[in-house]
Design a protein. Structure first.
Length: 250
């Protein structure tokens, strides 16, 4: 049986999604919970890795197992053994060939910024506090430049081994509710730290540290060092993973 999990978590206390030696990961906690239920150690395939401190509303993962437990019952069963900062939203059975990573056609991420001179204890480790005055009209205008198919090499952190850096961003939506700015990015795929780098560039434009012309130049010079800072991991949320192209482009 191929069981699919839809997962939410706060990543603050974890080294990220991926199992790593000498550190606690989100995937490891879920694998351990499944073993307590079934007595079996499964190989858990995630739709993508999230780094230390990154959160998720809808991470997707799947595993194969021979069991009499109905797939839809796994969510509640696993939740019983998970820490409170990881929750299985729901579970279901998929075709045996389904793979949460390789079958994904796109993803949606949110990046949250607390735009305030004063820190808030309620947002600790959940947002990026950006204490400069921000011109939201400039941010919204610059976001449209990001949309479309581009070579995003200048939006990729160093150290990545990816050779093809062309991606399509279908939408970059900007909303401000009180002092919280939310950047929602939907695309067919993302490079390492790409959303965090997009957020850094947009905030730099919003506070006057960078211009739209300099943002446009990144698609020509492909030089990461000429762009803005990488926004911190704490503000990033994996919102949704798409397996249907029609849903991705809506």
């Amino acid at each position: 049986m191929n069981v699919v999990l839809n997962i939410a978590y706060v990543g603050t206390n974890y080294c990220g999604w991926q199992v790593q030696p000498n550190a606690v990961s989100v995937a490891e906690e879920i694998i351990n919970a499944i073993k307590k239920i079934t007595g079996k150690t499964v190989k858990l395939h995630g739709s993508g890795r999230t780094d230390a401190g990154v959160h998720a509303y809808g991470q997707v993962a799947n595993f194969h197992i021979d069991t009499n437990i109905p797939a839809e019952k796994f969510a509640n069963a696993i939740n019983h053994y998970l820490p409170e900062d990881i929750v299985i939203n729901y579970s279901y059975e998929a075709d045996t060939m389904f793979h949460s990573r390789f079958d994904a056609v796109g993803k949606c991420y949110e990046y949250k910024i607390h735009n305030s001179r004063t820190p808030s204890p309620f947002y600790k480790d959940r947002v990026w506090r950006f204490d400069y005055d921000v011109d939201m009209d400039k941010v919204i205008s610059a976001a449209k430049i990001i949309e479309g198919t581009h070579d995003f090499k200048a939006f990729m952190a160093s150290g990545s081994q990816v050779k093809d850096t062309v991606r399509t961003v279908y939408s970059v939506d900007i909303k401000k509710d009180g002092d919280i700015i939310t950047i929602t990015v939907k695309g067919n795929g993302f490079l390492y730290n790409m959303v965090r780098i997009i957020a850094g560039n947009l905030m730099y434009i919003g506070c006057g540290k960078m211009t739209e012309e300099e943002l446009c130049a990144l698609f020509d010079n492909l030089d990461r060092t000429t762009g803005a800072i990488t926004a911190p991991a704490c503000g990033l949320y994996m919102k949704e993973v798409y397996y249907n192209t029609d849903d991705l482009k809506m």
